[in-house]
Design a protein around this ligand. Sequence first.
Ligand code: FES
Length: 110
Amino acid sequence: ETSELVALCATDDIEQGGIRRGTLPDGHAVAIYNVDGEYFVTDDICSHGEASLSEDGMLEGHQVECSWHFGRFDVRTGEACAMPCEKALRTWPVRIEDGRVFVDAGEGNA
Ligand code: FES
């Protein structure tokens, strides 16, 4: 696996409990979450429908709720935790450096 660090945004761009959309170099949309100062990155598009979690999602602790049909995911693992979501989201390892949020785009779980 090759490691490819990609800067997505500044840590200050996302308030605590907030979600922001980012884009990987290949154009893939991701959602960036700030959970009490810890950052996590998953697919932006809900695995149930076409909802954008950065636009239509609500963070509650470590879970994001999709407002379309109220499915939920754990943003740490991408695991689906409430129906109708069953398929996990992809996640990417996050690194914080110089006040910026980076992901390793080469290391996303499939
Ligand atoms: Fe997200 Fe249905 S589109 S729960």
